[in-house]
Write a protein that binds this ligand. Structure first.
Ligand code: NAK
Length: 125
């Protein structure tokens, strides 16, 4: 049975999707973009945008009863591979070791023309 996860501490959906779905003890987040959920502001620069994305991811997972420590896989979509190092530096602060498996891909465009979007799959235990 799937359960919709919803929180005001992560950006609201901007299309026909749920912020996250829980099923069979696993939590699947949608791609999270760097929008401040309280103000709608998108911070400037890759590091600040990454911080906003992973802050929201952490809050979303907490609202699902899990955490960044239980993430097993992430996907990070980035607008410019030149931002790889800056994004990695922020990323490493949000995930305890051992780090989750990850794919990181440069893409042509991301909704709202932000610099990154990231999604995660986490266990509930
Ligand atoms: C931002 C996002 N997750 C979407 O699907 O548009």
């Amino acid at each position: 049975m799937k359960k919709v996860i919803s929180t005001e501490k992560a950006p609201a959906a901007i299309g026909p999707y749920s912020q996250a779905i829980e099923v069979n003890g696993m939590v699947y987040t949608s791609g999270i973009i760097p929008v401040d959920p309280a103000t709608g502001v998108i911070p400037e620069g890759a590091a600040a945008q990454a911080d906003r994305v992973f802050k929201s991811m952490s809050a979303l997972l907490e609202s699902a009863g899990t955490s960044m420590a239980n993430v097993v896989k992430t996907t990070v979509f980035i607008k410019n591979m030149e931002d790889f190092a800056a994004i990695n530096e922020v990323y490493a602060k949000y995930f305890p070791e051992p780090f989750p498996a990850r794919s990181c891909i440069e893409v042509a465009r991301i909704p709202k023309d932000v610099l990154l979007e990231a999604e995660a799959i986490a266990t509930k235990n």
